[in-house]
Write a protein that binds this ligand. Structure first.
Ligand SMILES: Cc1cc2nc3c(=O)[nH]c(=O)nc-3n(C[C@H](O)[C@H](O)[C@H](O)COP(=O)(O)O)c2cc1C
Length: 371
């Protein structure tokens, strides 16, 4: 199966299926000398993992990472880094009844049409289990970005169903199971999700990622634009149906006089562009937003067909996420970090000799302290 690799200079190749013995990735092109230990993967893998709260799938995976190569005495060597996680809680019998049926809204029908066969156990390669390895690779990307450039990449949930945050306090995000930026709404979300789970239905969600500290200059016009790479990376996550950069689709209703971000020596006056102009970072905060569809595997019956062409009623039992967006925040962060590290290396390769060009203006207006 082709297209399992991502990135030009920092290349990540993932492998493995949901219910196979293991999943893994190979990262080629990581700069040497970065300190990394297996424990450093724990935090982000736990943030993505199932079974940590009642609001996600109850599959219990320990997600213990093994570093097979590319790290010597705790530091990256510049050679391929191979990471592996053993699958320990795969219950293939959960999928026995739907092995020959196409779940509406899942990848069963299209994989069957394309390859002429498929691994139905837990969705096989189309399962979001694969995203575990993106998160693992993202840990390395985030660390390098932070150490080398002081860049931080942070995500949060910005909508579940019709509910939107009433505040954007990023310090609240890690304190609740929804990655929600408004602490006082967590009770409302718990009640909403409990009712949803009881009903057997699912709901969509939106996840935002912001990256701070980027220098101007990352991104390659024409076909390697930073926004283009971000859109492709985020769109490659399971269940994603939309990606916005900056104001996104709201630009349709806006006026040019409002949308263009004014520059002065004191800085950019606004950031409708989301930190990217001409496919290149401006040095402002990078802002992107990703729309996740509702989980398609439900215990509510639905019409479909099977591999023999018979009409069937599909009921999906097994362990599923009632809102896939809940676990998607670390995945979106990882994909943004992977794009950024790749673009940083590409910029360094072609334009590293250019150095800092004047004037470099502040990302935001610097307000006069006396004003
Ligand atoms: C974190 C995460 C968890 C997911 N969990 C489930 C799940 O439990 N059940 C399910 O049917 N789909 C789940 N999905 C979505 C499917 O993987 C996805 O819908 C499927 O591969 C078809 O691809 P598409 O929706 O991108 O077209 C999840 C997606 C993500 C990002």
């Amino acid at each position: 199966m082709a297209s399992n690799s991502f990135g030009k200079l920092f290349t990540v190749t993932t492998f493995g299926e949901s219910h196979g013995p293991a999943i893994g990735c190979v990262i080629d092109g990581c700069p040497p000398g970065l300190e990394i230990a297996p424990e450093e993967f724990r935090r982000d893998l736990d943030r993505r993992a199932t079974g940590r709260t009642r609001h996600t799938s109850q599959r219990q995976e320990s997600d213990d990472i093994e570093i097979l190569s590319g790290v010597y005495q705790g530091r990256t060597t510049g050679t391929p880094i191979a990471l592996v996680i053993r699958n320990t809680d795969a219950r293939s019998k959960d999928y026995g009844s739907i092995a020959e049926q196409f779940r509406p809204g899942h990848a069963d029908y299209t994989y069957w049409q394309k390859y002429g066969l498929r691994d139905p156990r837990g969705g096989g390669r189309s399962s979001a289990r694969e995203t575990t390895m993106r998160v693992a690779a993202g840990v390395i990307a985030k660390k390098w970005l932070a150490e080398r450039y002081g860049v931080t990449v942070r995500g949060f949930m910005s909508q579940i169903g019709e509910i939107v945050p009433n505040a954007y306090d990023l310090s609240a995000v890690e304190e609740n199971p929804f990655f929600w930026p408004a602490a006082d709404q967590v009770g409302e979300l718990e009640t909403y999700m409990d009712a949803l789970r009881k009903s057997g239905d699912s709901v969509g969600a939106r996840v935002d990622v912001v990256a701070d500290g980027l220098p101007p200059g990352w991104g390659e016009p024409i076909y390697g634009k930073l926004d283009g790479d971000l859109a492709a990376a985020l769109m490659s996550i399971n269940a994603v149906k939309g990606v916005e950069i900056g104001d996104g689709f709201a630009v349709v209703a806006s006026k040019g006089s409002e949308h263009r971000d004014q520059l002065s020596r004191s800085g950019f006056a606004s950031n409708h562009a989301g930190g990217i102009l001409g496919g290149i970072s401006t040095g402002q905060q990078l802002r992107c937003s990703t729309a996740f569809k509702p989980t398609s595997s439900l215990r509510l019956p639905v019409r479909s067909v099977d591999i023999h062409g018979n009409e069937v009623e599909v009921i999906t039992t097994g362990r599923h996420d009632p809102c896939v967006g809940i676990r998607a925040t670390p995945i979106c962060e990882a994909m943004v970090a992977l794009v950024l590290v790749d673009q940083a290396l590409r910029h360094r390769a072609q334009c590293g000799d250019v150095g800092v060009v004047s004037p470099r203006i502040p990302a935001q207006l610097e307000l006069d302290a006396d004003a």
